[in-house]
Design a protein around this ligand. Sequence first.
Ligand SMILES: Cc1cc2nc3c(=O)[nH]c(=O)nc-3n(C[C@H](O)[C@H](O)[C@H](O)COP(=O)(O)OP(=O)(O)OC[C@H]3O[C@@H](n4cnc5c(N)ncnc54)[C@H](O)[C@@H]3O)c2cc1C
Length: 381
Amino acid sequence: MAELPVTGGRDVHTVRFPAIPPPQSVDVLIVGTGPVGLATAVELTARGVRAAVVDRARAATLVRAGATGHTPRVVEHLRRWRLLQRVRDAWTYPPEWNQDTKLVTSLAGHELVPAPRPSFTGRGPLAGHSSGEALRRPQTVFQQVFLEHLAEEGVSISGGWALTSLHEDPDTVLAEIVDVDSGERRTVRAAYLLGTDGGSSTTRRLAGIDREGEHAGEKRLRLVVRTGDVSDRMGAAPSATNIVVNAEASGFLAAISSREWRVYAGPYPLGHEPEEAELLAVARAVFGFDPGLELVSATTFHHATRIAETFRRGRVLLAGDAAHVRTPGGNLGEGIGDVVNLGWKLAAVLAVTRPAATVAQVRPTTVSEPSESGASRLGAA
Ligand SMILES: Cc1cc2nc3c(=O)[nH]c(=O)nc-3n(C[C@H](O)[C@H](O)[C@H](O)COP(=O)(O)OP(=O)(O)OC[C@H]3O[C@@H](n4cnc5c(N)ncnc54)[C@H](O)[C@@H]3O)c2cc1C
């Protein structure tokens, strides 16, 4: 019998990007198939704009994915794109696990105080501001759902192509991209180029846009650890999202699959490289017992605040982490906000500046999902 994967069959471990050859010309070339770039393609395509996406990577992986908590505003955008139910359906850990966020001494320890689920619908000062509930899904789920939708829409997505240079004239921007394996070079002509290529954006650098803000004075690590089979120790419905506070460790402990959890370690001095044993000791302390841990990945991140001096220079635009980064937790939501703000404006400008044949009829996007009425409350921010 085939062994069940660690995700219990809900496998978004690796999201592969299509390898469609990039087009020669397009209305908007999007650089980066991160969640913000793909969301832009969804928004623009819904508005009849021809978009194409390139990324130097060929895949995204769950173990490196950042965002898992999404605000009601993001949920509203997913609903508007008619993609909310698909995202909700894409569980990466068993849906029967406890969905609240618990403030605990460790996973095996006791609850400190009941942490109310942040709600924009029912209670608190923000009551009534949204009909959406905050949602927890790894950002790779967004990428998977966006890619499936864009494939249905026939949008060109090219993994393995890196942006290397830009040239702008009054009517177009020419982007030189290179196949990261073969070294083949191509030029894509676009009316606009959108850089959604992350915090160290090549687009931003090529456009000569500086950033300002605060550098971090220390670093943190996001660990992904894999447990042995500890279902008898954790019970049938362990708490999937926990804020842990104890004498040895503090921070989030969040499930990303049935046997993989995200743990935060640090802060550490910038020059310190913690040993694996040190990191596993932190992970054991947040579990409160030794679940036979294996370290799957350790990724450095910083609590820093950086913003581009402008989000647009000529025909080159920035969105998402390419435009702004801050302490993790919400930055993806702000990137999706960028996209929704930008989408209708770009579509409107293209509609008046491009020949009618190149900009298709604008299609309505504000439609609720019929299948949502019975949806349950699915997760905290
Ligand atoms: C530990 C941690 C936890 C977080 N938690 C949350 C959370 O709970 N909620 C939230 O909203 N946000 C959260 N964030 C932030 C969130 O992960 C980011 O805001 C999000 O990934 C930004 O998406 P993006 O599409 O802008 O960029 P990215 O996801 O960085 O994607 C950029 C893409 O551009 C590609 N690329 C780069 N250079 C080139 C090039 N030259 N040519 C072609 N392609 C290129 C890369 O390969 C990559 O695929 C968290 C971040 C961290 C680190």
